[in-house]
Write a protein that binds this ligand. Structure first.
Ligand code: ADP
Length: 343
């Protein structure tokens, strides 16, 4: 149970938690003890048992260090690392890269760039990749957060964390704030993740922060979701995540490009035809294709051991045998429908 409730804790955080729980256990027995001035008597230590309640109390104070500090990244992937998704790339180039790179031009013309984009589509299609790539191409910083992390009750102080996140983003602007799993921020339904009140507060804090983002302050928020139909409508209103970008499964040309990208560093035998593999991988996502390449590489190593020189068509054929598209026909139809409804 402890392991589960300490999601996001690093080793040092767990050590701090154990220490705090032990302190709480001593406090139960010696409420008046001053830890700064006095040592705990040996007979108390001999009988000391750290109970569940001590950990529960300690968890309220100890936060994972990753949440205390906002991690600013400078992404290394760019447009060249993305296969297919031409429409989505185009939208992000115009809506994010252009205004972040030319704020003065937008200002002179009195054009307000959008503050929030919502990338939606099946998992593994490259939403996170797109957000990172647009940050790199716009020469912007990148701060990423998972919505479920904001709701995790042990993190506590979600509002403060969000405020810190946006403050940091303004400091390091131009900056992209990437919020993944935005569908888990639905107060009414709860998502099994946070308590409904916590969720409502998190949503309101994010909205307030976004409302407070002056246009041209060079902070743009990109949200992502696999379940656009579950996203809180409050998040989609004008001035918030009002630019919707569909990120779907790649076309056959897109798949060939993606296979090319992921085999860049792989010596391929002359008989490997990426176009043919692309044709045989209908509905495969970028992540699925990356996995096919990885499996083919492993097959080559298994076959040739340390002597492996190249990856052959047979290695790919075996890899395809073991692979399946994550996105089913039915899912694809559903996304098509949602796309129509969200327009
Ligand atoms: P999502 O955020 O949509 O769930 P990700 O961006 O996390 O998907 O994709 C996971 C991984 O799959 C990426 O890091 C990348 O290696 C690969 N991938 C997914 N889509 C593409 C794509 N269009 N082009 C190249 N690689 C891709």
């Amino acid at each position: 149970e402890l392991a589960r409730t300490t999601h996001g804790f690093v080793g040092a955080d767990i050590a701090a938690l154990a220490r705090e729980a032990a302190i709480d256990a001593v406090r139960r027995i010696m409420p008046k003890l001053d830890f700064e001035q006095q040592t705990v008597p040996q007979e108390v230590l001999d009988d000391l048992r750290v109970e569940r309640e001590d950990f529960v109390k300690a968890l309220k104070r100890v936060q994972p260090s990753a949440m205390r500090e906002v991690m600013v990244q400078a992404p290394t992937v760019g447009w060249a690392d993305i296969g297919g998704l031409d429409d989505a790339q185009e939208k992000l180039r115009e809506g994010v890269e252009l205004p972040l790179k030319n704020p003065d031009a937008f200002h002179r013309l009195g054009i307000r760039p959008a503050k929030g984009f919502l990338l939606y589509g099946p998992p593994g299609t490259g939403k996170t990749l797109l957000a990172k790539a647009v940050a790199k191409e716009a020469e912007a910083n990148f701060i990423a957060i998972k919505s479920s992390d904001l709701l995790s009750k042990w993190y506590g102080e979600s509002e403060q964390q969000i405020a810190r996140l946006f403050a940091r983003a303004r400091q390091v602007a131009p900056c992209i704030v990437f919020i993944d799993e935005i569908d888990s921020l639905v107060p009414a339904r709860g998502s099994g993740q946070g308590e409904p009140q916590v969720t409502a507060r998190v949503v309101n804090t994010i909205l307030a922060e976004m409302d407070g983002l002056e246009e041209l302050q060079s902070v743009i928020v990109i949200g992502a979701t696999n379940r656009p139909n579950l996203v809180d409508p409050a998040l989609l209103r004008p001035g918030r995540f009002d630019e919707l970008v569909y990120v779907g499964t790649p076309s056959v040309e897109g798949r060939a490009r993606i296979l090319g990208i992921h085999t860049k560093a792989m010596p391929l035998a002359g008989d490997v035809d990426l176009g043919k593999i692309a044709a045989a991988t209908d509905r495969f996502t970028g992540a699925d294709l990356e996995d096919v390449v990885r499996r083919a590489g492993l097959n080559a190593i298994r076959r040739a051991g340390g002597e492996v020189r190249e990856v052959t068509a047979a290695d790919f054929a075996d890899a395809l045998e073991d692979s399946r598209a994550t996105v089913t026909l039915q899912m694809e139809e559903e996304y098509g429908r949602m796309k129509g409804e969200l327009k």
